[in-house]
Design a protein around this ligand. Structure first.
Ligand code: 13P
Length: 250
């Protein structure tokens, strides 16, 4: 531990990489990170089809493997969905929940709450994502929106789960746009997320990550902010060199 909150740097591959590509990537990442003690936790989030190959390739290393989404039901007629038990069975360690790209496809606050609960019940780590649109920011609604999203996401979470749940603040206007939030804007929003989450979770122990156009060039400035405990990286995580550089910046 490098402090009360060990940073987490997670790479969300989104709809990229086959199992073979994932294996090659993880081998490269392991070589880049080396065997020494890392100063942060590192995770990759492959698509469901590559979860098992990624988990095998990461086995015995410090690299953790998270799914990108989970369904709240244990099993049943939910075509195309993946349960928490299946993620465990694939050898993964956790899952993202409530990514804005999933919310845009219809995932509701209630589903996010149920999916967080299902993942935690299965013993998975959770990174739950929140964030406002550009419209909401420009209308001055960011804090109110984040308050609602965080409150809903944590509705079924217990205080003793703070060690296995992180919140990623990902402003939608910064995702995949190259328009990174400034460290000041990201800090302000992450501090707000932490203060809202404090109704359920010890704010001193909760990890709050920033995501949205994080690169090797801007990662250190973002993660130096007092309320930013790591990064959820999309595009830049597809390249093992760039992702390792971001992890080293933590
Ligand atoms: P980019 O880093 O590509 O902006 O994506 C961020 C993200 O959505 C990570 O979950």
């Amino acid at each position: 531990m490098s402090g009360p909150r060990r940073p987490l740097v997670a790479g969300n591959w989104k709809m990229n990489k086959t199992g073979v590509e994932a294996r090659e990537y993880v081998a490269r990442l392991r070589a880049l990170l080396g065997d020494g003690e890392l100063s942060c936790d590192v995770a990759v989030c492959p698509p469901a089809t590559a979860l098992e190959a990624t988990a095998r390739a990461a086995s015995g290393s410090a690299v953790r493997v998270l799914a990108q989404a989970v369904h709240e039901a244990e099993k049943g007629a939910h075509t195309g969905e993946v349960s928490a038990g299946m993620i465990v069975g694939a050898g993964a360690d956790g899952t993202l929940v409530g990514h804005s790209e999933r919310r845009a496809a219809g995932e509701t606050d209630d589903q996010v709450a149920a999916r967080v609960r299902a993942a935690l019940d299965a013993g998975l780590q959770v990174v739950v994502c929140v964030g406002e649109s550009l419209e909401q920011r420009e209308a001055g609604e960011t804090e109110r929106w984040l308050t609602g999203q965080v409150g809903a996401a944590l509705a079924q979470v217990r205080a003793d789960e703070v060690g296995v749940l992180s919140i990623a603040y990902e402003p939608i206007w910064a995702i995949g746009t190259g328009r990174t939030a400034t460290p000041e804007i990201a800090q302000e929003a992450c501090a707000h997320v932490r203060s809202v989450a404090a109704a359920t979770l010890d704010p001193a122990a909760l990890r709050v990550l920033y995501g949205g156009s994080v690169t090797p060039d801007n990662a250190a400035g973002l993660m130096a902010q007092p309320d930013i405990d790591g990064a959820l990286v999309g595009g830049a995580s597809l390249d093992a060199e760039a992702f390792a550089a971001i992890a080293r910046a933590a």
